[in-house]
Design a protein. Structure first.
Length: 81
């Protein structure tokens, strides 16, 4: 079985979409699936120790906050100041 990252599993995606349809009353609005997929890719890169790639992935997608979080989670990958 190929264990490389291919995005959110279809069953999980369907479950998430069902959750979004039924969710109400929480203080965080539903997130677009593209952002969830981006978060999964960034998280996977961080787990693999590829922190620069994780930050670049988030930055290229235009998610500055996620890029900053990736930087905070990977202090060993920061350039010295």
């Amino acid at each position: 079985m190929n264990r490389s990252y291919t995005g959110m599993m279809p069953a999980m995606r369907a479950s998430y979409e069902t959750f979004l349809d039924s969710a109400s009353g929480n203080n965080i609005g539903p997130q677009p699936l593209a952002r969830i997929d981006l978060a999964n890719r960034v998280s996977t890169l961080i787990d693999l120790g590829r922190c620069t790639d994780a930050r670049n992935e988030a930055r290229e997608a235009g998610d500055r906050l996620m890029a900053l979080r990736a930087r905070r989670l990977c202090p060993r990958d920061r350039s010295p100041t």
